[in-house]
Design a protein around this ligand. Structure first.
Ligand code: KG4
Ligand code: ZN
Length: 350
């Protein structure tokens, strides 16, 4: 069985073809991705209407590219999967509409996939896939969650952010330091040259006794710190010397990463598990990976990450999640081609 997956929830159009071979982990045959980052950069963030229109332009050429590089034809596709939510409504509608039109034209069933389930299962695309059960740290631009994962579709929420997501904390802090969009990668690059202990920034909810997160206050603390420095130097925040900005960036990153690492370890303890899966865009962060690796090694915990290029949004994770849902019997694909999207959709409601 071959599953074509289409991702269009935000600012990346992704298409991929995955093959299910018996009971083994499904295999990625080909993938293609178009990132809209350059287009949105002029606006300092994602413009939903522009995102939708660009998905329309990209999705079919990317599909042709995936078929060509896998040496397959549309007739070889058995199921067409798409991201049904959460995400931007208009952007989701493009992927859903194209997937259902393709399914109807081919007479093949379709399947709507949860975007976060895609992230959650993306480490199964790596050469060394995890085994169930595990604790998952889902850290993206819109979500920060700790889940207990006992199998495909068996997700228990252990904790989540009560306000901003970790990716948002990176993005908003980066923006006020004048680093542009998307802020996460830019802030972490600048942080490489800074001192993570230069400024004492808050570690929100670190000792809350539960597994929830809160990052909204952090950006305010970063802003207060940066403005204080700017006032002392009689300049704008964005005109602070590069080494000072690097210290602020490093301290911000250190605060976010420390909370993510400590809560992940607490979640492993609480669940009594020795396996951690990290997924979502912030999972690409180098400091997060280094600190998790060293803390987990000390506790004999195995950590799994998606391959670096599959941390952020892509079509492979959507094709993979659909393939694993079908393979596990969690769901069947449908030949009903009327579709809806779910801009808000809690993962543990699956
Ligand atoms: O999973 P993703 O591609 O999209 C969502 O589903 O939200 O995650 C995007 C988020 C953005 O907030 C981006 O700034 C962040 O992931 N991000 C990073 C890094 N790469 C991407 N944050 C910190 N360090 C990185 N290297
Ligand atoms: Zn995502």
């Amino acid at each position: 069985m071959r599953v074509l997956g289409i991702e269009s929830s935000c600012d990346e159009t992704g298409v991929a073809l995955v093959e299910v071979q018996g009971a083994g982990v499904p295999v990625l045959l080909a993938e293609a991705l178009y990132s809209q980052i350059e287009m949105h950069q002029a606006y300092g963030g994602v413009v939903p209407e522009l995102a939708s229109r660009d998905h329309i332009r990209r999705v079919l050429p990317l599909t042709e590219q995936v078929l060509a590089s896998s040496g397959r034809a549309l007739a070889d596709v058995d199921v067409v999967a798409f991201t049904r939510g959460p995400g931007l409504a208009g952007a989701l509608l493009v992927g859903a509409g194209v997937a259902c039109a393709l399914g109807a034209a081919l007479g093949k069933p379709v399947l709507g996939v949860h975007h976060l389930e895609g992230h959650l299962l993306s480490p199964f695309l790596s050469a060394d896939p995890p085994e169930f059960p595990f604790v998952a740290l889902l850290v993206s631009g819109g979500h920060t969650q700790l889940m207990r994962v006992d199998g495909v579709g068996r997700y228990t929420l252990l904790g989540e952010t009560i306000d901003d997501a970790a990716g948002e904390a990176f993005d908003k802090s980066a923006k006020l330091l004048g680093l542009g969009y998307p802020g996460g990668p830019a802030l972490s690059r600048l942080a490489e040259r800074g001192d993570p202990a230069a400024f004492k920034l808050p570690r929100p909810l670190l000792h809350s006794g539960n597994l929830d997160f809160s990052f909204a206050g952090l950006k305010t603390a970063v802003m207060v710190q940066a403005k204080k420095l700017a006032l002392a130097q009689d300049c704008a925040v964005t005109d602070l010397p590069a080494n000072v900005l690097a210290d602020v960036a490093a301290s911000t990153q250190a605060a976010i990463v420390e909370v993510l690492v400590k809560k992940s370890l607490a979640a492993l303890n609480q669940a009594g598990l020795k396996r951690l899966v990290v997924a979502g865009g912030v999972g690409a962060n180098r400091r997060l990976r280094e600190q998790l690796n060293s803390e987990c090694a000390r506790r004999q915990v195995r950590v799994h990450y998606p391959e670096l290029h599959l941390c952020t949004d892509n079509g492979a994770m959507i094709a993979m999640a659909a393939a694993m849902r079908l393979q596990s019997g969690q769901q069947t694909a449908s030949e009903v081609y009327a579709f809806d999207v779910k801009p808000r959709w809690p993962l543990d409601s699956l």
